[in-house]
Design a protein around this ligand. Structure first.
Ligand SMILES: [Zn+2]
Length: 146
């Protein structure tokens, strides 16, 4: 007998379709169902083979055009994603998380909680830190798990 998807299954699939990186807790808050239920339903969807994989969606526009030249000494280990080859050593363009300008040279990095933000210069990093001070402190603090 086939398994009938209910509202919860549907809500989980819809939520993961937008962003497969979400935690069970995030989905739980979003669809207003407990985290253990989300986990159990997710696992069932995997076990019955409906969810086959959670895959990254790669933004190919972020890759440098000239990267192939620099691949000389790199063993060719490639991943095919939508027909485009992903190779070790590919260069990914970075844009500043504050001014959105291109990051030339070594980026200035800010890490907090699970996040990592990249900036073109230390002043953009400082301005970002100032702008999102409250949120950064909240995310870095110890939030009790549910
Ligand atoms: Zn900047």
């Amino acid at each position: 007998m086939p398994l009938k998807l209910d509202d919860i299954d549907y809500a989980i699939l819809e939520s993961l379709n937008k962003d497969g990186r979400k935690s069970f807790r995030q989905i739980s808050r979003e669809i207003k169902v407990s985290a253990p239920t989300v986990k159990a339903r997710y696992e069932r969807l995997v076990n019955i083979g409906l969810i086959k994989a959670i895959l990254p969606i790669i933004d190919f526009g972020k890759l440098e055009n000239k990267t192939s030249i620099k691949l000389d000494n790199i063993r060719s280990k490639t991943i095919k994603n939508h027909g485009v080859k992903i190779t070790k050593g590919l260069l990914v363009k970075l844009s500043c998380d504050y001014c959105e300008g291109p990051v030339q040279g070594k980026p200035s990095i800010l890490k907090f909680a699970n996040f990592e933000r990249f900036f073109c210069c230390t002043s953009c990093r400082g301005l970002y830190k100032e702008k999102y001070k409250g949120r950064i402190e909240k995310l870095s603090g110890k939030i009790p798990p549910i």
